[in-house]
Unconditional design. Structure first.
Length: 767
């Protein structure tokens, strides 16, 4: 559990970093311009904040600062026009003029600090920057000196939408935690909190007209233990749930607004609605009974498209619109199977009545009805990119999560877009390839990749790009049952995305970012807030080159060195090295760490290289893998390093979506081969299936291939298999072709029914 101490420190001590080194500044997100003048201002002498008179907003900002520094002896002085004063002061000045930007300036000199902005929030952002550069040192008589450099900052945001999301359905978090989450967002200049309040596993917002939504829909009988792909699945037997009352929600809205954060509530429809249907089964297609889900995934039972369901949802949204003052309402729209609609007389009657041809169009009709209603309430509808499928509902804002394609399509059609592609913005994915990383949903999203994100796709014209409002990080909590885990998964990735959203590309540099971030990490540690140091973990890449494997170890761009321990033929050796490329040619176990000057040590990576006849050979893929499951490149298949058996993310697995795997190995060796051993992952819950068949062919010219072995792969319940395929006779081919046949369309009764299967393949061991 988050310690109470944290809350105390967060509010009272503020963002105070201890920094000895002379870096320019450590502000995140990186401002447009920071100039340092040399010299320091002692803040212990600055005991007044001058603000414009009769301005409640600015007064609150000044009070926020006083609380953050725990300096209750600072006075707030209201004047008609805040100018300089004979005493050292902080002046908060609102500039005149029509300018709705986040712009601010901050200037510190021996006279004090002057902050200007066009909007109140600009003043707030300036203070967040200020708090980040305050240094604390021990002065005489045990007095703590607070000081900042003489500095000149000019700053503004790149995007007007800077979002962070939290799923409170899969796991529920109390108001106290939500406030902590918002505090952290405010530090990094986020301005939208997307609160995912309803889903299959729990309805979390009180709706006065329909109390069963929370009384019944807020609680599930048990919860999945372990990973969704584990077989057999295991469950606990503890009732789990909770919800926010409308009073609590109002309290959170005000708390967020005081930090210039708008809350976007998400009420999921038409899919992900098991919890609502468990409470009010008449709004489903079959009438139920339904249950609040105790496992993760996508469920066939969804809201019916009949008029009474639309009425029910509008009544709910009426209360939601009254509660949330912001401009946006998110209505979900993702992952809605259409199975029930196809056999529902009510849904089919709607189709006939409205001359609707497909279930996708029926979904579009459904969302449009909701959209019209929200417009009448003065709100704007946001939906996940699936709502594009049957035609874009008028005025809808698209949240592009299955990649950027939905967002690109929407921007071209002049719809506003929020980018949140899984490849860069899903903080529920693994952030490290470290073997003992806490359980996560899968995939791999390291900090550097988040940082590298540019929310404007290069295919858009300047005009089309103006529809991209910004990016959002998503924190789905299937595998985050406690508050520490949420922070561990979100931070520091949310800090990287904060800079993506705020800072222009030309002012971004990953190596500079992690230098600043490493200073921030100390504040997290001092305040006992979970934070992943995985950016210090070493990463490796392999390259197949002339029959050997090159191992390239990537170091963080910080001052430090690699500590390498190798065990080769039973001999252990440990050394510091500045090298980063090693040749793997003999079976070898290796462990590597990164050590910083301050003695912070990364967690070790282990690489077990097992030499075989294919290791280091070139391989050409005929079908492209899915980008996000191709992180190790094609050499991952023949680099002598086994893919992990317990999870399918990471650089050693290659994922094919709905496709066969087909590749040609440039063998050209004099050693005869007799067996080929494969690695396949099997997780039907995640739409991953074993292949149906492996076909191996050989060729002497790389063009004409002859099949030398064909073997069926039996379906089974194991999460992982390693089939060893014996060739009928030893051969010495020039080229080998490997065809691994995809399982094909997923069967009716299984998760993802009707979609193509995923096929995951690891090392191809040739002996
Ligand atoms: C989503 O991640 N299902 C929007
Ligand atoms: Zn129906």
């Amino acid at each position: 559990m988050m310690k109470n101490l944290f809350v105390f420190c967060l509010i009272c001590n503020g963002f105070i970093l201890y920094s000895q080194n002379k870096m320019n500044h450590q502000i995140i997100p990186n401002p447009v311009s920071v100039k340092s003048a040399g010299g320091r201002l002692n803040l212990n002498d600055v005991k007044q904040i001058i603000i414009p008179e009769k301005n409640k907003g600015v007064k609150k900002i000044a009070e926020f600062y006083i609380r953050a520094l725990n300096q209750s002896d600072i006075k707030i002085i209201e004047t008609k026009s805040p100018h300089t004063s004979s005493k050292k002061s902080i002046i908060l000045q609102l500039l005149r003029g029509e300018n709705s930007s986040d712009y601010y300036t901050l200037n510190s000199s021996k006279n004090g600090i002057k902050i200007t902005a066009y909007q109140e929030r600009g003043l707030f952002y300036a203070l967040q920057s200020l708090i980040q550069i305050i240094e604390k040192s021990e002065g005489q008589n045990n007095i703590t000196n607070l000081s900042i450099p003489y500095i000149n900052i000019e700053d503004d945001s790149r995007f007007k939408y800077r979002g962070l999301h939290l799923d409170v359905s899969r796991h529920f978090f109390p108001v106290s935690f939500i406030k902590n989450y918002i505090d952290m967002m405010a530090k990094y200049k986020y301005n939208y909190f997307h609160w995912h309040l309803t889903d299959d596993q729990g309805w979390r917002i009180e709706i006065k007209q329909f109390p069963e939504l929370t009384q019944t829909g807020g609680y599930r009988k048990s919860t999945l233990i372990g990973h969704h792909s584990d077989s057999p699945a295991k469950y606990d037997s503890t009732e789990y749930g909770g919800y926010y009352t409308q009073d609590e929600i109002r309290e959170v809205i005000i708390y967020a607004a005081d930090r210039y954060i708008e809350i976007i509530p998400e009420i999921e429809m038409p899919g992900h609605s098991s919890a609502a249907l468990a409470a009010y089964p008449i709004f489903g297609c079959t009438g139920g009974p339904y249950e609040v889900a105790n496992t993760w995934g996508v469920f066939d039972d969804v809201f019916c498209t009949k008029d009474t369901t639309i009425w029910f949802l509008k009544e709910i949204l009426k209360e939601v619109c009254d509660l949330f003052p912001g401009e946006y309402i998110h209505i979900g729209g993702d992952e809605c199977p259409k199975e029930r609609w196809k056999s529902c007389p009510n849904c089919q009657a709607i189709k006939r009545r409205r001359n609707i041809k497909t279930e996708e169009e029926l979904q579009s009709y459904f969302i449009s009805q909701i959209g019209i209603f929200l417009t009448s309430k003065g709100k704007k509808l946001i939906g996940w990119d699936e709502i594009l499928e049957g035609g874009i509902p008028t005025n809808a804002i698209i949240m592009s999560w299955r990649g950027e394609e939905g967002g690109i399509l929407a921007a071209k059609a002049k719809h506003q877009v929020i980018m949140t592609p899984g490849s860069h913005c899903y903080f529920d994915h693994y952030q490290s390839t470290y073997a003992k990383e806490p359980l996560a949903i899968g995939s791999y999203l390291p900090l550097e990749r988040v940082y590298s994100y540019n929310p404007i796709p290069s295919v858009l014209t300047k005009q089309q790009s103006s529809y991209i409002l910004g990016a959002q990080g998503n924190v789905w909590t299937e595998y985050m049952s406690d508050e520490n885990k949420v922070f561990y998964m979100a931070y520091p990735r949310a800090i990287a995305l904060a800079e993506v959203n705020w800072t222009e590309e030309k002012n971004k540099s990953y190596s500079d970012f992690i230098k600043r971030l490493h200073q921030h990490s100390k504040w997290f540690k001092e305040n006992n807030i979970s934070f992943s140091l995985s950016y210090l973990d070493l990463n490796y890449k392999t390259k197949n080159n002339n029959n050997h494997v090159e191992l390239i170890i990537n170091k963080p761009a910080l001052d430090g060195s690699i500590l390498l321990e190798t065990i080769k033929d039973g001999d252990a050796k440990q050394e510091y090295t500045s090298e980063d490329t090693f040749i793997l040619d003999k079976t070898l176990n290796c462990k590597a760490w990164y050590q910083l000057k301050d003695k912070t040590l990364s967690r070790p990576i282990t690489i077990d290289f097992v030499s075989h006849l294919g290791a280091g050979k070139n391989i050409t893929l005929i079908n492209s893998p899915a980008e996000k499951y191709f992180q190790g490149g094609s050499s991952a298949l023949l680099n002598g390093i086994q893919a992990p058996q317990n999870k399918y993310g990471g650089q050693e697995w290659i994922g094919m979506e709905g496709k066969n795997f087909e590749a040609i190995i440039d063998y050209k060796d004099t050693n005869a081969i007799s067996t080929i051993t494969f690695q396949f992952f099997n997780a039907p819950g995640s739409w991953i299936h074993l292949p149906s068949e492996v076909v191996i062919s050989a060729s002497s010219d790389g063009k004409n291939f002859e099949i030398i072995k064909q073997q069926n792969i039996e379906t089974n319940n194991l999460k992982y298999i390693e089939p060893k395929i014996l060739l009928d006779k030893k051969i010495i081919p020039q080229y080998l072709k490997i065809l691994v046949k995809n399982h094909g369309e997923i069967e009716e009764h299984l998760p993802g029914a009707g979609h193509g299967s995923w096929l995951f393949i690891g090392e191809i061991k040739i002996e």
